[in-house]
Write a protein that binds this ligand. Structure first.
Ligand code: KIV
Length: 256
């Protein structure tokens, strides 16, 4: 079984764990615990304070992904293709190949369905494994309200999910999708659904690591802060500052 078959085989057996990483040190911690590590273009807002992920460039994604790869030994590593890097088949293939050859990641993720389904098919035909992304699509979203309230929207998202599965994606991220719709999609697809704000019905969950450790200040319903890491960083920095000021650091053993 290859990495992708192994992941798909988890459906209905064990939940899939996915988190984001933007650099080596976090990636190496995640690698022991995650099935998948995603270099998400969320790094645009989390690290660079961009108003949207639309400003993230291919080179930025590649540099962060190269760093992440250094921390990954076993997890499936996925890299987001940023906005405006997959507008047609040849652009998408050129850029996906660049991402994979420079970062040695396992797969790329693209947002959307009917506009990109032929591009996704083309990438897969050219041996580029693709993860889909439905629901709230940050690269094109006008707002970040959850999806699946109206019947027409529900039908569209369900059909899009089936379309992506038929195109050959190995899994699909459902972002801010109403719970019963996520349940239906998860039931109807043979590939795993990975939810973020899309209920426990999904086959797996993804969160932005900086959100769950409290490093990124965000107030979204779907985020659970498992630790306030800034408190711990603060107390370490204060200790350092005090020891520098009182001449307690560095000691002889820290000096040459
Ligand atoms: O960019 C990202 O981090 C993502 C996840 C939130 C799914 O796409």
């Amino acid at each position: 079984m290859n990495k992708f078959e192994k992941l798909i085989s988890k459906k209905n057996k064990s939940k899939i764990v996915c988190l984001t990483a933007y650099s080596k040190n976090i990636a190496s911690i995640l690698d022991d615990h995650c099935d998948m590590v995603l270099v998400g273009d969320s790094l645009g807002s989390v690290l660079y304070n961009y108003k949207s992920t639309r400003s993230v460039t291919l080179d930025t994604m590649i540099e962060h992904s190269k760093s992440v790869k250094m921390g990954i030994k076993k997890s499936l590593m996925i890299v987001d293709m940023p906005h405006n890097t997959y507008r047609n088949n040849s652009e998408a293939l050129k850029n996906a190949k660049k991402i994979i050859s420079k970062t040695k990641c396992d797969a790329v993720k693209l947002e959307g369905a009917n506009k990109v389904v032929n591009i996704i098919k083309y990438l897969i035909k050219n041996n580029i494994p693709v993860q889909g992304h439905l629901g709230v699509l940050p690269q094109s979203a006008k707002n970040f309200k959850f999806k699946g309230k109206k019947l027409s929207e529900r039908n569209k998202i369900l059909n899009d999910a089936k379309l992506l599965e038929k195109a050959g994606v190995f899994s699909v991220v459902l972002e801010c999708v109403e719970s019963s719709l996520a349940k239906t999609i998860t039931k109807e697809l043979k590939i795993p659904t990975i939810g973020i704000g899309a209920s426990a019905y999904c086959d797996g969950q993804v969160l932005v690591t900086d959100d769950l450790i409290g490093l990124n200040k965000i107030n979204a319903r779907f985020v659970k802060k498992y630790i306030d890491i800034t408190k711990h960083i603060n107390s370490a920095i204060i200790k350092f500052k005090n020891e520098v000021k009182s001449n307690k650091f560095p000691k002889k053993k820290h000096s040459y």
